[in-house]
Write a protein that binds this ligand. Structure first.
Ligand SMILES: Nc1ncnc2c1ncn2[C@@H]1O[C@H](COP(=O)(O)OP(=O)(O)OP(=O)(O)O)[C@@H](O)[C@H]1O
Ligand SMILES: O=C(O)c1ccc[n+]([C@@H]2O[C@H](COP(=O)([O-])O)[C@@H](O)[C@H]2O)c1
Length: 213
């Protein structure tokens, strides 16, 4: 299994790498679905799943340990070109703009693309220094039910509308000067970690005779 460490820059030099940041609480087939699409549509060599130590906008309640979320990532990824990593711990970052600055600094010869679902395109204006994300790294956004339409009318899509690249030019995105971004009208995948946690809680409650667990 490939591993990512801050000192492994030589291996990653010259490679095109998609970065899928997430809580992965737990990982699911929706993550795998967009990662496989990213490998193909963007012509990437690898996708790294950046398992976030703690999303700054999410509650710590209901958040499984980082260890558990890394294990769930390993179980779901099952692909030689998807690398599951907690490199934000090594970088000591929690905010994406800082993470990207750290990665560009440690891997200056690697071409990174930030990957996310349409829900995060809507939300990104609430992230710390969010315009630095677009200024530093090409971005690829994947359709996700039911967010795609609202995302395309949101603040981030509007602000960078002149820098949007058509799907037919997506393979060139990793080499483009940012800001540059693409929105994929891809086949949808319904998986959601919130739904999985809800189902698990219901199953646990049913197993304990309907008592809250
Ligand atoms: N089914 C999906 N389709 C497209 N993108 C997805 C899908 N599931 C997750 N993603 C994207 O993967 C990244 C990480 O997602 P995350 O780990 O938060 O999963 P989630 O299912 O959105 O979790 P939660 O429901 O707890 O918020 C985000 O950019 C998210 O938009
Ligand atoms: O930088 C921020 O302010 C920020 C705020 C919220 C989320 N993020 C990042 O967005 C990615 C997706 O998070 P999540 O929890 O929706 O899977 C993950 O890499 C988080 O670290 C980043």
């Amino acid at each position: 299994m490939k591993r990512v460490h801050l000192y492994s820059g030589r291996f990653w030099a010259g490679r095109k790498v998609g970065l899928l940041g997430g809580s992965f609480n737990p990982a699911h087939d929706g993550h795998r679905h967009i990662s496989l699409l990213a490998l193909k549509l963007l012509g990437l060599d690898y996708v790294w799943w950046l398992v976030s130590p703690q999303n700054p906008l999410k509650s710590t309640r209901d958040m499984a340990s980082l260890e558990e979320r890394l294990v769930s990532g390993q179980l779901v990824a099952r692909h030689p070109r998807i690398v599951v990593t907690d490199i934000e711990c090594e970088l000591d970052t929690r905010f994406t703009a800082q993470t990207l600055a750290g990665l560009h600094g440690h891997f200056p010869q690697t071409r990174f693309v930030w990957l996310m679902g349409a829900d995060n395109l809507t939300q990104i204006p609430r992230w710390q220094n969010w315009t630095r994300i677009f200024a530093s790294t090409p971005v690829a956004v994947f359709s996700r039910p039911p967010y795609s339409l609202s995302a395309l009318h949101g603040k981030a899509a509007q602000r960078y509308r002149c820098r949007r690249v058509g799907q037919n030019r997506a393979r060139g995105l990793p080499a483009m000067e940012p800001p540059a971004w693409v929105f994929f009208q891809n086949p949808l995948h319904p998986a959601s970690a919130t739904e999985i946690r809800k189902r698990r809680a219901q199953a646990a409650a049913a197993a304990s005779g309907g008592q809250p667990v």
